[in-house]
Design a protein around this ligand. Structure first.
Ligand SMILES: Nc1ncnc2c1ncn2[C@@H]1O[C@H](COP(=O)(O)OP(=O)(O)O)[C@@H](O)[C@H]1O
Ligand SMILES: [Mg+2]
Length: 595
């Protein structure tokens, strides 16, 4: 990600893509807006032009008959301008907000399909900025810039025509001065674009940092790290300040440069034009009409110069957004992949090797889960147990060997059918800020209230649910904060029960629980596992003794396997881990007042 961040695509490529993919379908509407912009520009030029008859005929020749006609024309010009401006603003607002909504949707769709590995490599801040802030910047570019660019350019075009009509020699002088002004301005524009892009990268960092802080707020308080976090925040915020300030400083140079150049132009014109009026070569009306046109052209030109910066910022943002839209999942259906039909549900690993970004996590793992039976994975943390589970639903693909279900390689079947066949209960329960019922039905959205309740009962969750204010309709809070760890875990088991998949993956599903809720959850899990192929990772070895087969893992490899009794008899790692745990958990309850 960060590599593509620094590599700037050519402007033309970005603009071309924006036009093709996001803007083209709105061109009919935008044509209407352009028509209104044309009216605005024409009306503006009209009153610059009206200055000539006002001066020459009303003020100098004192022609009374022209007074009301010209006044009416001035009024009409203002009215047309006002209405047309309203029309184009409304149309462009609608189109640009529509484009923003479309792009957000595209980014979201692309991200939600991205590989897990992508999420590990990209901060939440970056992703949220990609969906939200960057898209807003793009809107500024697409809408405001486009609007003003068309409107301002048309206005300038009309005014310049009027200037040529009034005095072509003088107009030529002006035409030479203004483009000169744009040279330094465009150079600064490029600088602004680069700096803006760095500032946004920094903003993403700050966003990510803050979201991390607030999610971990309990731990920060518990460890008394508020000061240190505040210091870290200060560093980040200061870095952001510096980046934004540098962008703004570069930007700030643009207006003054334009203004000084405009001043020079106006002074030149007064000397030259004034001389011509004094010599009688042109009328005062024509001269003032010219000056009016020039002054009216100044603002749109200035906008144009500023808008170039907006456009540059927008392009940098568009580039970041495109990076996200272009994220392609590597894990996807193979050409002609068939649906997996789980018949027996035999899961096997054949000499599987896997690495997280070059760091080996599994090295030659071979294991078999008997169809409908239970296999347990035990071993020290970091041994690769969760990794084994992750490979079954293809959260990642193996680097070597194969994972098979009923003999078919998981890479040869469709992802949707594969994942339909699997229910996962892990230690980190993902609850969404919705009702209890909706959270249970997450994996089966059409489930009836009766089915949801049955699943909750099987997961030993029904009783606590009906005690919640609102019962099944109670909203659980963000990530389920309104529930205890054990309650969350039981909801996730109910979810897995309702999913009713033939293969069940349990990753330390009970390790976050106290012993009372663990007992309840354990009973629910045993019920759930009945008749399903189950792969269970358990921290407490007492819970795996019943498994048909136990695989002991260490440092990414299976080091022992067999039944509980066999492994104990063998006196290897399993027996050692077991004896550690039994001394850890003294069988005699401690005296009251201890805990
Ligand atoms: N997303 C990840 N990115 C990089 N390394 C990872 C990732 N997840 C796990 N690992 C590493 O892979 C190894 C195995 O991890 P894991 O399967 O989670 O172990 P276990 O579940 O047995 O505790 C560990 O060394 C861990 O640091
Ligand atoms: Mg684990």
């Amino acid at each position: 990600m960060s590599e593509t961040e620094t590599a700037h695509l050519p402007t033309k490529a970005i603009v071309g893509r924006l036009l093709r993919e996001h803007i083209r379908r709105y061109i009919p509407r935008m044509t209407m807006a352009v028509f209104f912009m044309g009216l605005v520009a024409a009306a503006t030029a009209t009153y610059a032009w009206l200055v000539q008859p006002i001066l020459d005929e009303v003020f100098i020749e004192k022609d009374h008959s022209r007074l009301f006609g010209i006044t009416a024309a001035v009024l009409a010009a203002f009215a047309v301008k006002g209405m047309a401006d309203y029309g184009q603003t409304v149309i462009m607002a609608r189109v640009s907000m529509r484009i923003v909504a479309d792009i957000r949707q595209r980014v979201y769709e692309s991200l939600i399909r991205a590989d897990l590995a992508f999420f590990h490599g990209t901060s939440t801040g970056e992703l949220i900025a990609g969906c939200m802030n960057n898209v807003d910047l793009m809107r500024d570019a697409v809408a405001n810039t486009l609007t003003a660019m068309v409107k301002d350019i048309l206005t300038v075009a009309f005014l310049v025509s009027l200037m040529f009509y009034q005095d072509w020699e003088l107009a030529l002088v002006v035409i030479v001065v203004f483009p000169l002004a744009l040279v330094p301005v465009s150079r600064i524009g490029r600088k602004v674009r680069m700096r803006a892009s760095r500032a946004w990268a920094e903003l993403e960092q700050v966003t990510g940092f803050m979201s991390e802080t607030f999610r971990g707020i309990r731990h920060i308080k518990a460890y008394g790290q508020e000061e240190r976090e505040t210091e870290r925040a200060r560093d980040r915020i200061d870095a952001l300040f510096l980046r934004i300030f540098k962008t703004m400083r570069a930007k700030a140079a643009i207006s003054p440069i334009m203004e000084v150049l405009a001043g020079v132009a106006v002074a030149t014109i007064i000397v030259y034009g004034g001389g011509k009026v004094i010599a009688g070569e042109t009328t005062a009306g024509a001269f003032f009409s010219f000056v009016t046109a020039l002054l009216l052209a100044y603002q749109p030109l200035k906008n144009f110069a500023k808008l170039n910066n907006h456009l540059q910022e927008g392009l940098a943002a568009a580039q970041r957004v495109f990076v996200l839209i272009d994220v392609e999942p590597e894990i996807r259906d193979r050409e002609g992949a068939a649906d997996l039909r789980v018949a027996e549900g035999a899961v096997s690993f054949d000499d599987v090797g896997f690495a997280y970004g070059g760091v080996t996590a599994l090295d030659g793992v071979t294991l078999r889960v008997p169809p409908g039976g239970t296999a347990a994975l035990v071993g020290p943390s970091g041994a690769g147990k969760s990794t084994v589970l992750n490979l079954i639903p293809r959260f990642y693909d193996v680097a070597r060997g194969a994972v098979r279900i009923d003999g078919s390689d998981v890479r040869d079947v469709t992802l949707a059918s594969l994942r339909r066949g699997i229910a996962l209960v892990s230690q980190d329960v993902a609850l969404f800020n919705d009702t209890v019922a909706a959270n249970i039905a997450f994996g089966r959205p059409g489930a009836s209230a009766g089915e949801i309740e049955a699943a909750a009962r099987a997961a030993a969750a029904h009783d606590f649910i009906v005690d919640l204010p609102g019962g099944y309709g109670a909203v659980v809070g963000e990530s389920g904060v309104k529930l205890s760890g054990g309650q969350r875990q039981r909801l996730s088991i109910a979810r897995a029960i309702l999913r009713d998949a033939p293969i069940l993956l349990l990753d330390e599903a009970t390790s976050a629980l106290d012993s009372e809720s663990e007992r309840q959850v354990q009973a629910a899990l045993s019920r759930l596992a009945r008749g399903r192929t189950t792969l269970v990772v358990a921290h407490r070895l007492s819970t795996v003794a019943e498994a048909d087969v136990i695989y002991v893992m260490d440092a990414g490899a299976v080091v022992e396997s067999g039944s509980h009794a066999e492994l104990l008899a063998r006196g290897g790692l399993y027996a050692r881990l077991r004896s550690l745990q039994t001394t850890d958990e003294p069988p005699v309850p401690r005296a009251a007042g201890d805990g």
